[in-house]
Design a protein. Structure first.
Length: 381
C-alpha cells in the first residue's frame, strides 16, 4: 500500500459506499469509515473490507491519519468535518451540497485556500456521456452561437417519504441543493463556467412527513413509507425545504456574443407528461437530450422542423469507468481526477469548493428573494 493516498470516508450509506468504491478505482486506499450509528458503520465497513469503523470523526482523523477525506453524508453534516480535516492538512472531496448555507460554504472555501489543500465538489452529473458529447458539439459550432437553454424535470416523488435530511434545510435538504446543483453544473460545463446573474422562486409542496425509524440508506427510503397514512398514532414532522423551483440564469459563453439565457423548471412531487429533458438552442440549430440529467439519447435540429437522433460515439463511454449506475460512475470519474491532481499527474480541471460556495450563494439568493410583483395596483375595476 506504500505511496497510495489514504482516504477516510464520512458516511456509510449509498454515498459512503459509492465514494469508497470510487477512490479504490482511483488507486487510493480506503482506511476508515465514520457514521452516526455504530452497528451500521461496523457492518458496512466489514462488508467493504475497510479496516477502521467508528462514530467519532476527530478520533477517526487521529487514528487513520488520512491524506484525503470524503464527505458522503447530507450537506448539513459537512462543515465541522471538513474544517477539522483541513486543519490537519487533508484534501477534501465533498458531495453536494457543500453545506447548508452560503455563510458556512464561504468559510469552507476560505479555509481550503488558507490551508493550501485541494478540494473537489461532486455536482458530478456533468460527466454524463451525452452531456460531454453535447459540450463538444456546441464547441464545434453545430448549433451556431448558443442563445438559450432549458432544463425541465418532474420527479413525482411520493409525498409520504419518511422524514429525513432531504426535508430540512439545515440538514442540506431541498431540491435546489440536491437537483439544481447538478443541472447548473451541466449547463456551465456545456456553455461556460461564468454565471452572470440568477433569480427564481421556490415552493414547498410538502408541509409535513411521517416520522419512521430505521431508514439508514437514502435509496431505500421509499420502502419505509407507512402502509396506513391515516393511522392516528403516526407521528409527523415539519418540512421546511422546497420541493419545486423555477430559476432563470444568464451565463457568459466564449461561443456567444451575448449572455446565454437559461431556464430551470423542476417539480419534485409533480408528474411528468413528456420526457424530462435538457435543450441547448443556438442561432443555427438546437440540441435536445432526453432525461433530467442528460441520460440520452441526444437529438440535433438543423432544418426548421427536422430533428435527427445522433449516435453517441463509442469513445464517450469507453473513456469512462465500466459502471452501470450513473451516480456511482460520475463519482468515480471525479475521484480519479482528484487523486491524479493530488499526485501531480496531468489532469483536466474539475469543480472545487469555490463552485460549492458559489452554488450555495446562488441557492440562498433564490430562497430568500423569491421575487413576486403585486399586480393588484394595475386593476382596471
Amino acid at each position: 500500500m506504500a505511496g497510495k493516498q489514504k482516504v477516510l470516508i464520512q458516511g456509510s450509506g449509498f454515498a459512503g459506499q459509492g465514494h469508497a468504491d470510487a477512490f479504490r478505482r482511483a488507486g487510493a486506499e480506503v482506511v476508515g469509515m465514520v457514521s452516526r450509528t455504530k452497528d451500521v458503520v461496523e457492518k458496512t465497513a466489514a462488508i467493504l473490507d475497510i479496516p477502521y469503523a467508528g462514530t467519532d470523526w476527530k478520533e477517526a482523523l487521529e487514528a487513520c491519519q488520512p491524506d484525503i477525506v470524503s464527505l458522503a453524508t447530507p450537506g448539513g453534516a459537512h462543515f465541522e468535518a471538513a474544517m477539522s480535516a483541513m486543519d490537519r492538512g487533508c484534501h477534501v472531496y465533498s458531495d453536494k451540497p457543500l453545506t447548508d448555507s452560503a455563510e458556512k460554504a464561504a468559510l469552507l472555501y476560505k479555509k481550503s485556500v488558507e490551508c493550501g489543500v485541494k478540494t473537489a465538489y461532486a455536482a458530478s452529473y456533468r460527466y454524463m456521456p451525452c452531456v460531454l458529447f453535447a459540450k463538444d458539439l456546441v464547441a464545434e459550432g453545430v448549433i451556431g452561437e448558443p442563445r438559450e437553454a432549458e432544463s425541465i424535470s418532474h420527479f413525482h416523488l411520493d409525498p409520504h417519504i419518511p422524514l429525513g435530511w432531504s426535508h430540512r434545510i439545515e440538514q442540506g435538504g431541498g431540491r435546489l441543493n440536491n437537483n439544481f446543483t447538478h443541472l447548473l453544473s451541466i449547463m456551465t460545463h456545456v456553455l461556460g463556467e461564468e454565471i452572470l446573474s440568477v433569480s427564481g422562486e421556490v415552493r414547498n409542496d410538502m408541509k409535513k412527513a411521517p416520522v419512521v425509524k430505521g431508514v439508514h440508506n437514502f435509496t431505500e427510503r421509499r420502502n419505509f413509507i407507512p402502509d396506513d397514512i391515516n393511522d392516528p398514532s403516526l407521528e409527523w414532522g415539519e418540512v421546511d425545504a422546497e420541493w419545486s423551483y423555477t430559476v432563470l440564469a444568464k451565463i457568459k459563453s466564449a461561443m456567444a456574443n451575448d449572455p446565454v439565457s437559461i431556464m430551470f423548471r423542476h417539480g419534485g412531487l409533480t408528474p411528468r407528461f413528456h420526457e424530462d429533458h435538457l435543450v441547448f438552442y443556438g442561432s443555427k440549430g438546437s440540441l435536445y437530450i432526453k432525461g433530467h440529467y442528460g441520460h440520452g439519447p441526444i437529438y440535433v435540429q438543423k432544418g426548421r422542423d427536422e430533428w435527427e437522433e445522433l449516435s453517441l460515439p463509442a469513445s464517450y463511454k469507453s473513456a469512462q469507468p465500466d459502471i452501470e449506475d450513473d451516480t456511482l460512475r460520475n463519482w468515480a470519474i471525479l475521484a480519479d481526477l482528484f487523486v491524479a491532481d493530488i499526485e501531480g499527474r496531468s489532469t483536466e480541471s474539475y469543480q472545487t469548493f469555490r463552485e460549492g460556495w458559489l452554488y450555495q450563494e446562488i441557492i440562498d439568493i433564490i430562497r430568500k428573494e423569491n421575487h413576486e410583483t403585486d399586480l393588484e395596483k394595475f386593476s382596471l375595476s
